[in-house]
Write a protein that binds this ligand. Sequence first.
Ligand code: RIB
Length: 289
Amino acid sequence: MRVLNIGSLNIDIVYRVPHIVRPGETLSSFSAARHAGGKGLNQSVALARAGVEAAHAGAVGQDGLFLRELLEKEHVDCSGIEVLRDEPTGCAVIQVADDGENAIVLLHGANFAVTPERIRRALEKMPEGSVVLLQNEISSLKECMELAAKMNLRIFFNPSPMDKTIGALPLEAVDTFLVNEGEARALQTCAGERISRCNILTTLGARGAEYRGRNGEFVRVPAANAGKAVDTTGAGDTFTGYFVASLVQGEDPEAAMKRAAAAAAIAVTRPGAAESIPYLSEIIGNPDK
Ligand code: RIB
């Protein structure tokens, strides 16, 4: 089975800082680095490193060719990534504090030049029974969900970053939501009964993760620990990609959550977003995971 991830590709400019800058404050950083990122790209890397056949659709500017090359090196099918002449690649300015926490400012760039027509072309290439993975960092999300639902594709949706546009989406078409606690609350507020037939996977930080299935199933797993957190950027994306990949590979939600938690725990011990995502061999090689 194949997973098509229709999502963002960003250039992450990462500043290491003693703490996240406060309103009105000017703060010196220890270092600045450029990394591959974007929730979409990170999740495609996680899917690929978790061992599933993944395809990515989205858009970059001429300055973002290295992002497509990175995904190609991970054996992700990049035929759905357009290179636009007149748009800059999406960009994230990220502060990473001493305790590993982060704060992000986003510039949409080419990610918001993704059109329904481009999405339709990518979806039509998908074999029957494929899975679609989405986040909230591209344009035309509503049309994308409508098209995928019409084609009976199973939609996994990570509504991150959560904002007021989410409530206007056809959320009842989603098979499984992947959210953190804050997103889970906001989702309930804006969607209410519309998502009562959807599965919801909620990550709980240091308390692990829980899964509520549409038929009343409930599973909770503890958080994993792989060492000191140096950078939490992309940890949620690692969890999401690994969880979806594991389900597609036939694992049940509990086993998928455990594997995803182990992957995210490793990711936070390394700097960067996409680069920090572990390979499956690093997880199943450990008998405790
Ligand atoms: O989830 C982390 C990602 O969010 C970063 O890589 C950044 O690009 C933003 O999209």
